[in-house]
Design a protein around this ligand. Structure first.
Ligand SMILES: Cc1cc2nc3c(=O)[nH]c(=O)nc-3n(C[C@H](O)[C@H](O)[C@H](O)COP(=O)(O)OP(=O)(O)OC[C@H]3O[C@@H](n4cnc5c(N)ncnc54)[C@H](O)[C@@H]3O)c2cc1C
Length: 403
């Protein structure tokens, strides 16, 4: 009897789960081994800075898979096991318990991990936010309305600030740029949106960075580079993430701020693919390599890789329009395309005052992206335009509206 073909997926989160589900949806009857470093059944991360952090529901409510679904999909799920090394000659991955797991095809879906300068977590009360355990630890620390300092003005930092404020905490958010979200939206739009946290009572400290922390066993103060001090009982750090690629060192898989892939998400090593936050691939629609740390990409790229494993070249290229959403202070932020903060930015619908608008981003007579505040439907037409023409999307022929 011939051996069943085995697909090994390293990383049991959104991208890895979508790969496994899509393989089964499309009739793959070989072995699927899903290896995940966390002890938990796979779960969804967006609620970790929103509903779950606020106290709504339990870890079970955010599962991507239940035990019954694991059985129904016939998955060999290895939780609490970390991939340590890849040997492409033997086609095997070494796990932290010494087992060498062979594969016919391998999917790298090890995601990203929060970035935290060494010595920042020496004090109790300073938290990163990536896992459900991080979320539950912060949730418990937010009880009793402590003074909270959020370090970083990206989407995760903004969502934590919003949630902590809803819970009645005194919140200070620290961001080195001119306003939260400026790295994503550009200074002008980010400054306009900064009214939203300010109205909710969040204190914004922008234009300076964190130098370090003071305290005893627990953190008591945040020290800023400009000499100011901020009193805090709880600090949440959201200053970016790095792709988890250390385990691939010496394997021959090409890595440069992510696992380098072609337009089919295939890596430099035969039979090895990558998906999700860890993958940097060539997106032919925008004629550039990109690595995206967003939910929609991890889901779609995981599914695409399954098709590429089964159909080879016939699966085509992976060429999505990048898309991310964020929810802060009851407001929905959505960004489509590849906008850059230095692009020309115009509000083409709604207004900042109404807290409902669409802004387009343009460079050299081309549309690069769009941002919608509480305007999901209106964003659709720009997503469609970008999906049709990508890097060659025409500038949008509508007048600007001043805010
Ligand atoms: C708090 C939070 C809120 C978010 N909110 C939004 C949002 O509102 N909108 C949005 O678009 N995106 C959001 N995101 C981003 C989105 O959740 C990620 O893009 C998505 O989780 C990426 O999925 P992934 O499977 O590629 O990687 P990950 O989710 O990072 O999963 C990778 C998994 O691999 C495991 N792993 C790592 N190394 C190894 C190893 N060596 N061996 C085995 N397993 C390993 C990890 O433990 C992890 O479980 C949010 C992220 C966070 C953290």
């Amino acid at each position: 009897m011939s051996r069943r073909r085995r697909v090994l997926v390293a990383g049991a989160s959104l991208a890895g789960v979508r790969t496994a589900e899509t393989l089964r949806d499309r009739g793959f009857d070989g072995e699927i081994v899903l290896v995940g470093a966390e002890q938990q059944l796979p779960y969804d991360r967006p609620p970790l800075s929103k509903a779950l952090l606020e106290g709504q529901g339990t870890a079970d409510d955010v599962r991507l898979l239940t035990s019954d679904q694991v059985s129904a999909l016939d998955l060999d799920l290895r939780l609490g096991r970390r991939a340590l090394a890849l040997d492409p000659v033997r086609r095997a991955v070494e796990l932290d318990d010494g087992e060498a797991l062979g594969y016919d095809q391998l999917v790298i879906a090890t995601g990203s991990a929060p970035w935290m300068p060494r010595d920042w977590d020496l004090f109790e009360g300073i938290y990163p936010l990536r896992t459900v355990d991080d979320c539950l630890a912060i949730r418990s620390a937010l009880q009793g309305s402590p003074r909270v300092a959020v370090v970083g003005g990206g989407p995760i930092g903004c969502e934590v600030a919003s949630t902590a404020r809803r819970l009645g905490c005194e919140v200070v958010q620290i961001e080195p740029l001119a306003a939260p979200m400026a790295r994503v939206l550009g200074t002008e739009i980010a400054l306009a949106c900064a009214e939203i946290p300010l109205d909710a009572g969040v204190r914004l400290v922008c234009g300076t960075a964190v130098e370090g922390f003071d305290g005893g066993v627990r953190v008591e103060r945040v020290r800023l580079r400009d000499g100011r001090m901020i009193e805090a009982d709880v600090v949440v750090v959201g200053i970016g993430a790095r792709p988890v690629t250390d385990w691939l060192f010496g394997s021959g898989v090409s890595v440069s701020d992510g696992v380098m892939c072609d337009d089919r998400c295939a890596t430099s090593v035969a039979g090895v693919y990558a998906a999700g936050d860890v993958a940097r691939w060539f997106n032919p629609l925008f004629e550039q390599t990109m690595r995206i740390e967003h939910w929609t990409n991890a889901s779609e790229q995981g599914a695409f890789v399954a098709r590429a494993l089964l159909d080879g070249r016939q699966a085509g290229s992976y060429s999505p329009v990048p898309f991310v959403w964020s929810e802060q202070y009851g407001v929905k932020y959505e960004v489509a395309g590849v906008p850059h903060p230095t692009d020309r930015i115009r509000i083409v619908e709604g207004s900042v005052a109404e807290r409902r608008f669409v802004a387009v981003y343009e460079r050299e007579e081309r549309l690069t992206g769009a941002f919608a505040l509480n305007s999901t439907r209106s964003l659709l037409k720009f997503r469609r335009l970008l999906a049709r023409d990508g890097a060659h999307a025409e500038r949008v022929d509508v007048p600007s509206i001043s805010s």
